[in-house]
Write a protein that binds this ligand. Sequence first.
Ligand SMILES: Nc1ncnc2c1ncn2[C@@H]1O[C@H](COP(=O)(O)OP(=O)(O)OP(=O)(O)O)[C@@H](O)[C@H]1O
Length: 204
Amino acid sequence: MLEACQVSFTFKAQPPLLKSISMGVNAGEWVGLSGDSGAGKSTFGQLLAGYYLPYSGRVLVDGEKLPSRGIKPVQWLPQSPELAVNPRWRVGRVLNEAWTPPEALCRAFGIKPDWLKRLPGSLSGGELQRICVLRALAPGVRYLIADEISTMLDPITQVALWQALKAEAQTRRLGVLVISHDTALIKRLCSRHYHLKSSQLEAC
Ligand SMILES: Nc1ncnc2c1ncn2[C@@H]1O[C@H](COP(=O)(O)OP(=O)(O)OP(=O)(O)O)[C@@H](O)[C@H]1O
C-alpha cells in the first residue's frame, strides 16, 4: 500500500497547505483525487512520490520509507510532460531512460516509431505525454500519481491512453492515484474518490 500517514505540509512563508492527511492506495487499486485549483493536489501527489518531504507525518510504500536512490517505486506524472524531459535528448533516449518498453506496449500507447528520432519539442503535448507515461512504467514501479495527464488529449486519444494504462496496471497490480478536476473521469476509472478542501481530504 502507498500510504500518507498524518501528512502535513507548508511552503515557506505560506499558510499550511495540507493538514494531517491520511489516506492509502492499495496495490492494483485506482483512487481519485479532486479539489479546487490551488487546493494542493499536485503538491500532495509530489509528496507521495518523494519530491517534497512532509513537515510532519510520513509517506510509506508497502510499509517502508521511500528509497532515496535507484528506481522510484512511486512515479509522479505531471500535466506538462515537457517539464519532465531533457529537451536536448532524442525521444528514443527519453523513453528508454529507465527501461526498454516492449514493442506491443509501445503500440498499445500509440507510440509511432518515427517519434523516437525526434527531439521532445517537435512532438505535440499529447504525444510527449504518452512517451512520459510509458517511460514511467519501468520494472520496480509500483504506484503512479497521474496528475491531470489526459487534459491535453483529444477524447479518442484520452480513452486509448487510459485503456492502455488500465490494462498494464491490471497486469502488474499497479496502484494509481488519478488527480483530476473531471469527476466523471474519476468515477469511470476509480473505485474510491477523495476531494481535497481546506487542507483536508473528504471521502466522496
Ligand atoms: N514550489 C512552490 N513554492 C511555493 N508555493 C507553491 C509551490 N508549488 C505550489 N505552490 C502553491 O501551493 C498551492 C497549491 O498548489 P498545487 O499545484 O499543489 O495545487 P493544485 O490543487 O494541484 O492546483 P491545480 O488544480 O490548479 O493544478 C498553490 O497556491 C501554489 O501557488
